[in-house]
Design a protein around this ligand. Structure first.
Ligand SMILES: [Zn+2]
Length: 246
């Protein structure tokens, strides 16, 4: 299937070769998470290419600053960047490096409220350590530390991390990221009901142009349930807005 079809094969091969499933329950320190995310993120953006349209980059960075201020505690040095790719996607790396794909910005018509929620959702994967825990589970502590320390095999590990951030988090973590994303969006001064509009847009795209949707939305939980959960949370919080009124 399309571009990412190679990923599982590559992963299985390299994990077997490196013995990456060892490592036990040790957790990376926050400092290690940040360095890991930077190393792997640098490799990721060399692979996919950064967006040069400064209007778009500036807008995403501005929303990112507001989301970052709303997403504490814990205090991560969030760094939102835009990839010059037409696919609709977004990815979080440990420690706060987050990539928004140009296709996502376009499909949401550069709507700040809607972008804020998607970015808040990704920030929640960082803050709740979903992304770090998954990498530790899949690759093991030693391999990740090798990357942090720039040891032998670090380049291969960086590429593996970049593949793993493309994969699904599983239903519970996605729902959790949706809720925290709503909270961050509201705290940051954006309209959290925008989440409903985002999910409806994805639903339409899924029916009409599934090829435009990359992993982020293919693998996120069933859209109807997700929309209902988001609406229920908005109602519970007593919010209403431009995109949805309970
Ligand atoms: Zn997610």
């Amino acid at each position: 299937m399309r571009r990412w079809g190679f990923v599982p094969v590559l992963l299985v091969g390299l994990i077997v070769v490196s013995g990456g499933c060892k490592g036990g329950p040790r957790l990376l320190s926050q400092e290690d998470e940040i360095r890991l995310g930077r190393e792997a993120g640098d490799d990721f953006e060399r692979q996919y290419g950064l967006e040069h349209d400064q209007q778009i980059v500036g807008m995403v960075k501005e929303i990112g600053r507001n989301i970052a201020a709303a997403a504490v505690p814990p205090n991560y040095p969030y760094d939102f960047r835009v990839l010059a790719r037409k696919e609709v996607n977004a990815n979080a790396f440990p420690g706060g490096r987050i990539y928004v794909w140009r296709g996502l910005v376009d499909v949401l018509n550069r709507d700040r409220d809607q972008l804020a929620w998607v970015m808040g959702h990704e920030a929640a994967h960082v803050a709740r350590r979903h992304v770090t825990r998954r990498l530790e589970r899949e690759l093991g502590y030693e391999l990740l530390i090798a990357l942090v320390l720039g040891r032998k095999g670090a380049a291969k590990t960086a590429r593996l991390v970049g593949s793993l951030v493309m994969l699904d988090y599983g239903r519970d973590q996605e729902y959790e990221a949706d809720r925290y994303g709503l909270l961050y969006t509201q705290r940051a001064g954006y309209d959290p009901t925008a989440a409903v509009a985002v999910l409806q847009t994805f639903q339409k795209l899924q029916g009409r142009e599934p090829s435009k949707l990359e992993i982020f939305f293919e693998t996120h939980p069933g859209n109807n349930q997700r929309i209902n959960a988001v609406k229920a949370y908005i109602k519970e919080q007593g919010w209403s807005g431009k995109y949805y009124t309970p």
